[in-house]
Structures are given as structure tokens and as C-alpha cells.
Design a protein around this ligand. Sequence first.
Ligand SMILES: *Cc1c(COP(=O)(O)O)cnc(C)c1O
Length: 426
Amino acid sequence: MTASPLWHPYAQMHTQPPALKVIGGKGAHFTLDNGESLLDATCSWWCMIHGYSHPRLVAAIKSQADSLCHVMLGGLTHEPADRLANALVRITPTGLNHVFFSDSGSVGMEVAMKMAVQYQVQKGHPEKHRLLSLMRAYHGDTSGCMAVCDPEEGMHSLFSGYLPRHHFAPAPTAPFDAPRSAVEDDIQALRRVLEAHHHEIAALLMEPLLQAAGGLNMTSPHYVRAARELCDEFDVLLIFDEVATGFGRTGKLFAAEHAGVTPDIMVLSKGLTGGYLGHAATLATDRVYDVFLSDDPARAFMHGPTFMGNPLACRVALESLAVFEEERYLEKITMLNEILRQELLEDPDLHAHPDVEDVRVLGAAAVIEVYDSTSLKGAQAFARQHGVWLRPFGRWLYTMPAYITTPDEMRRITGVMKEWFRIETH
Ligand SMILES: *Cc1c(COP(=O)(O)O)cnc(C)c1O
């Protein structure tokens, strides 16, 4: 067999077994070329929130393809982009009134960071050109994003000599349901970094409530609220990266809603199109947008990805939102959350297992964290034998299922996750 020229992500091509070949999918399952059907516990890096082959999403793409597949947004506009921008303003926290499209989560974050730095320059603060991020953060794989990912665990330490230097505050440690007093240490740690460095910080970036790729690290809405207050106190913009948390993952449409907070800039991607096409949106408040208004063309926001506002992506995003609202997805997410809590959080045997350090659940996301990553070696192959696609990373065995996952399917996923610890021998 000749090796495929296809270079896979995060893969040691020398040692990794050949990738499984997917030929189709329906609902929460995808199908391999050998006829095997796998229940996807990860909904393809958390984006396929409606599952595979959703008839309404597929139809939306087909009908849009018949009229307009692509046109640039430079000097031109079209109905899908206008409608999606309006829809996003309607559903996101009050005050985010302006929408800049791009083609992926990483680029959406690049747009947010560039916007924040230019905002500060045009406000007369060119010295505020660094960013403040959190340890355990993940904001994407492009250079600008790598520089605000966790510098040690974020897969990017190799590039530290190449990347710009930013500031980092400790990752919050208080859990989602912690009382305010238990979050005080996390908040004070953030305050200390701002006190020391605010004069050179343009913006604080965070994945509100759920640091997803950082190991599904969860925090309290009190922390998010305090971050808003601290940013106002120190004249620093607040950027929410809701690429993973947006569109229901934490149990509300956006994680920001748990805290009742409007960030200055917010980034959406992954679930935006229901995963059917790559796209992202960077939203900004009037406060940010107005600083770019001037008679001077040089004060405009100088950015413009070729595929921003792609009509197919906008059209399928509109359909995704319509399905989300009409089919009451937030109720489906509540149902999935109840099962995840019952089956994982409230399982005493799982907590008592010597390899298990912690079990966390928030919305339609759950993780079993182990002390040592070697205890998850073989878990993926084990799950496959049971018809489930799990893709643990580091010390984290997790599920972030499609919202159309049925109760039985959800229990099959949690069953396999628990069964791994029952059969496992060390
Ligand atoms: C996936 C992700 C990104 C990057 O999105 P891409 O579309 O892969 O570039 C950024 N931030 C968060 C929180 C993510 O989960």
C-alpha cells in the first residue's frame, strides 16, 4: 500500500496507524468504508452540533449553491451575510452590534486581537499592545493565537522564541458552582497581573467558563463577572472566545449569559454553521466600533479574508440557528446534561477509581480527568470496539456530543467511558 500524501493534524505520521476512512454519516453516527458505524462522542471537534447529514442544513447549502456560491465582501454584500449579521446581533449578549466575518476560529481570534490593539492605538494608547491570557487557554493554531495559548501545555512551547510575548494569569481553579468566596483567590490572581501590567495590556482574552482544549477546565460565572469589572477598572478590553462554548455547549446559548456579561469583543465559530462549513464571526460593541469611525481612511480596520461572509456558510449558519430555535435545542442540551450528571458525576464507583482525579460536567460537555495520561492508553480503541468514537487527549477522556444525540446514545457513550475504568487493570 502506498502512503497517502495526506498529512494529518496533531499526528506523528511515522507511527500512527492509518486514519479510519469515513464515507458518510447520519445523526450522531458516521460510517466507515468497512461498513462500521461509530457513534461520535465528540461531534467532530465539537462543531457538528446537529450531527451528520441533517436534511435542513444539506438543503440550505444546495439551494444557496444554485444562486450564489461566493462573492467577495469588498465593496459588495448579499442577503445571507446581511441576515446572518442581524441574527447574530439579535442572539448574542446585548451591545454586540457589529459583526466581522472570517473563515475559521483562529482567524476570528486574530481579528479580535488586531481589533483590540488598533482600538488602543486609536484611543491614544499605543503602549497597550500586549494581551493578557489565561494559563490552560487554547485560542487556535495560527501564530498570533499560539502566542496566547498556554505557553507550557499548549503544544506551542517549541515556538516560544518566535512568538510575541504576552502576559498570563493563572487558570481559574474554582468549579462552576463555587460560591463567590471560593472564587476570590482566582479573581485576586487576575487582579495582580492587571495591576502590574495594565499599562501595556490591550485586552484580556478568555474562553468563558470552559477552557475546552485545556482539558475541559471549568470555572464559575463569578470569575467571568469579576473579569468584566477588572477590565473596566483597568481600561482593558474583554474578549470572549466562544468558539467552543458558543451555541449551547455550556447549557445556555452563550457562556457569557451565565454571568450576564457583555464582552467588548466576542468570537464565534465551530457551531456557527452547525459544522457544515468553516466560518467565524467576530462581534464588537459600539464602544469598539466607533473608534474605527473617522474621516481618515487609515483608521479603518484593515483586514479582509477572501472567504469572509461566504454565502454558503452564512446560509447554512442561518439554517442552523433556525433549527436550533425551532427544535428547542436548549431543552435537548438540558436533557443531555441530566444524563451526563447522573451517569458520570453521580457515579460513586467512577469517583472512587484510583486512576480518576476528577469528573466534571457542564451543559453538554463532560470529562473524566485522570492522574496520569497512561491510564487512557487504549481507551480509544476500546471505545471503537463498542461502536463509539472517543478521542481522549492528555489526561482527559471527554464527550462533547451532538445535541441531537438521543438519551440512549448518550448513555451508550457514558457507558463506554465508565466501562473503560472497570475493565482497565494497572
Ligand atoms: C477550536 C478553537 C479555536 C480555533 O478554531 P479553528 O477553527 O480550529 O481555527 C479557537 N478557540 C477555541 C476556544 C477553540 O476551541
